[in-house]
Design a protein around this ligand. Structure first.
Ligand SMILES: [Zn+2]
Length: 117
């Protein structure tokens, strides 16, 4: 992943909200936030997951707990299977701590960006 991915995410993700962090960039026809990186289109929530939380296992989906397709707040995301079973409960709970830390990092970054203006 390119080193400029995080700034690109921060630039277009509204992290000032207490609730959902909505993508301010492009949206695809299904209503999901998308961004082009290195010639590839990414769903923003999948990008945030893979950058801040970890690799998305083969065949797994990143879903929104909050049902807001534009949201890319780490703690609002969870891994799911196409079957949406509850057997992966452990897998989905594990990244919570990482999600919390990712949000701290993003909030710090935002604060420092605003301070330098
Ligand atoms: Zn949300």
């Amino acid at each position: 992943m390119a080193g400029n991915t995080v700034p690109i995410i921060l630039e277009r993700l509204d992290t000032s909200s207490e609730g959902c962090w909505e993508w301010q960039g492009g949206v695809n026809s299904n209503g999901y936030g998308v961004v082009s990186l290195e010639g590839k289109m990414w769903y923003t929530h999948r990008l945030v997951w893979s950058v801040f939380i970890g690799p998305i296992p083969e065949g797994m989906f990143v879903r929104h707990r909050c049902d807001n397709k534009l949201c890319s707040k780490p703690s609002h995301l969870e891994l799911g299977t196409p079957r949406d079973n509850r057997l992966d409960y452990t897998n989905r709970q594990l990244p919570k701590e990482r999600a919390r830390r990712a949000e701290e990092i993003l909030e710090l970054r935002r604060a420092s960006t605003q301070g330098s203006k």
